[in-house]
Design a protein around this ligand. Structure first.
Ligand code: PBG
Length: 328
């Protein structure tokens, strides 16, 4: 035997019960957040081609989907809206009768405080040009005009029943503007989960079909982070916390586990990671061809995100994974 005397790490791996006892990381349904898409003007749910198993919901079909998630113990839901009409300033985003506000009201009335209702806060689903903010005459995104829109959207979402607003536009100063907007509208109890380190990622591809929000020209590299940078994420996170973020997010998850780890080491607020549409799509596609063991891979990815340091994980598999965890 060539080991250090007495040291046999395999002793702790012998049985499933032993492995369970000594597991360093655990997954629980309550750690998972399910993203839901709600589309104005449809009656039946519409499948999303590049995200098999994920739907664009109508307000009617959204309720049973949300209830199922709550019944499985999922910790939170995050809503994305797809409006019927888009314009340059994304008017539907803060319209009290806009699709997300209508859906939030219906969900809050039905679910009360039994799970955490979050609303993604951005303009890209609502603007006719598909960018996350208001454009200047020369076609670049104007940071400070956009902040005024974000503050108004936050108030509309809070008023409709969101417990948490989650700004994902990566404008400078967005958390401060939203905090001030919420406080001055009387919503000082509404929390902010900041998409603090959000990268300009090709892994968002399928989402742009799901939320109908591909930019009509250019890309988002002028506001989202460069995948080459890690230290910059710490700066973004520190700014967001200083501006009043209650929790911070890293996005995407799998290609950015080093960022999740560094952020989790650096901060004392909850850290979320978003397992995005492309991460979902590539695993579903490989599994459909029989190239991967789907369930094991899903569990392994979720565990890895938690192990890197994320407290919560946004994932399109939230319902399925929660059910599996509930069954034990
Ligand atoms: C909107 C937003 C995007 C995602 C979440 N919020 C798209 C983007 O920034 O282009 C991506 C989510 C996913 O891919 O699952 N700002």
């Amino acid at each position: 035997m060539n080991t250090v005397p007495g040291q046999r790490p395999r002793r702790l791996r012998r049985t499933a019960a032993m492995r369970r006892l000594v597991a360093e990381t655990r997954l629980a349904p309550a750690d998972l957040v399910l993203p839901l898409f709600v589309r104005e003007g449809i009656t039946d749910p519409t499948p999303i081609d590049a995200m098999p198993g994920v739907m664009q919901h109508s307000v009617r079909s959204l309720l049973p989907a949300a209830r199922a998630a709550v019944a499985a113990g999922v910790g939170g839901l995050i809503l994305f809206g797809i409006p019927l009409r888009k314009d340059a300033r994304g008017s539907a985003a803060d319209d009290p009768d806009g699709i997300v506000q209508v859906a939030l009201r219906a969900l809050r009335e039905d679910l009360g405080d039994t799970c955490v209702l979050m609303a993604d806060l951005c303009l890209c689903e609502y603007t006719d040009h598909g960018h996350c903010g208001i454009l200047t005459a020369r076609g670049s995104v104007d940071n400070d005009t956009t902040l005024e829109r974000y503050a108004a959207i936050a108030a509309a979402q809070a008023e409709a029943g969101a417990h948490v607003v989650a700004p994902s536009g990566m404008m400078d100063g967005q958390v401060r503007a939203i905090r001030q907007g919420l406080d001055s509208a009387g919503f000082s109890e509404t929390a902010i989960l900041a998409y603090a380190a959000k990268y300009a990622s090709a892994f968002y591809g399928p989402f742009r079909e799901a939320a109908d929000c591909a930019p009509s020209f250019g890309d988002r590299a002028g506001y989202q982070q460069d995948p080459a940078n890690g230290r910059e994420a710490l700066r973004e996170v520190a700014l967001d916390i200083a501006e009043g973020a209650d929790a911070v997010m890293v996005k995407p998850a799998m290609s950015y586990l080093d960022i999740v780890f560094r952020v989790a080491q650096a901060v004392d607020v909850p850290v979320a990671a978003y397992q995005v549409s492309g991460e979902y799509a590539m695993i579903e596609a490989a599994a459909a061809r029989g190239w991967l063991d789907r369930e094991r891979v899903i569990t392994e990815t979720l565990l890895s995100v938690r192990r890197a340091g994320a407290d919560l994980v946004l994932t399109y598999w939230a319902l399925e994974a929660a059910r599996r965890l509930q069954e034990g």
